[in-house]
Design a protein around this ligand. Structure first.
Ligand code: ATP
Length: 194
């Protein structure tokens, strides 16, 4: 099977993530997309990040209605800082028959040269990159990257956390069940969305 790996913080998962994963799945004829919530990201440092268990739960409800979407506990189970190269090596070993791709948005395309073990990683897996408003993907690894056009979606988890803090509605920014969970668990501050 052709599997798209989709790593992220997913704090919380939003409609940009879902649209991106579905768009790539169809465009690249992938059989499945595996969402991989990061345990501790090597690049992003936020002291108020939700726990990996909370983010895993959010992704689980966010993808529920799509039979092609799955969520993986690989980085949660490994714990510590999550390096993509470790994840990719482990998955290739566990599933030698699958062909894996790694899906990333424009901000991640830009940051690729700073990823741990990137020179080895690009020979282990093909990246699928999409544009993202505010980022101009550098062509550094263009031989190892399939670029797919994606309608610009100017939406981020940061925006959603900010809206919740300000007491603004996040309805239609995230799935209803995700909004419910944010509210019930009071994830991002006082208002916790409406
Ligand atoms: P934060 O605002 O907390 O940094 P985020 O919205 O960037 O979060 P992540 O979970 O960090 O979300 O992203 C996971 C993956 O999805 C990354 O590869 C990122 O580039 C991509 N992505 C997220 N939102 C978009 C978007 N609106 N357009 C294109 N790619 C996106």
């Amino acid at each position: 099977m052709k599997i798209g790996l989709f790593g992220g913080t997913f704090d919380p998962p939003h409609h940009g993530h879902m649209m991106l994963a579905e768009h790539i799945r169809v465009e690249c004829e992938l059989d499945q997309v595996w969402f991989i919530p990061v345990s501790t990201p090597p690049h992003k440092k936020r002291s108020d990040m939700s726990s990996v268990d909370e983010r895993f739960e959010l992704v689980t409800v966010a993808i529920r209605s799509n039979p092609h979407f799955h969520v993986s506990t690989i980085e949660r189970d490994r714990g510590g800082r999550s390096y993509t190269i470790d994840t990719v090596k482990q998955l290739k070993e566990e599933y030698p028959a699958h062909e894996f791709f790694f899906i990333i948005g424009g901000d991640m395309v830009e940051s690729l040269p700073t990823w741990a073990g990137i020179e080895e990683l690009v020979n282990l897996i093909t990246f699928i990159g999409v544009n993202r408003p505010g980022y101009s993907p550098s062509p550094v690894y263009k031989d190892h990257l399939i670029h797919i056009d994606f309608p610009p979606i100017d939406l981020s988890s940061t925006d959603i956390r900010q809206r919740v803090k300000e007491g603004k509605s996040i309805r239609y920014f995230v799935q209803d069940e995700v909004a419910e969970m944010i509210k019930e668990s009071r994830l991002y501050g006082e208002g916790s969305g409406t």
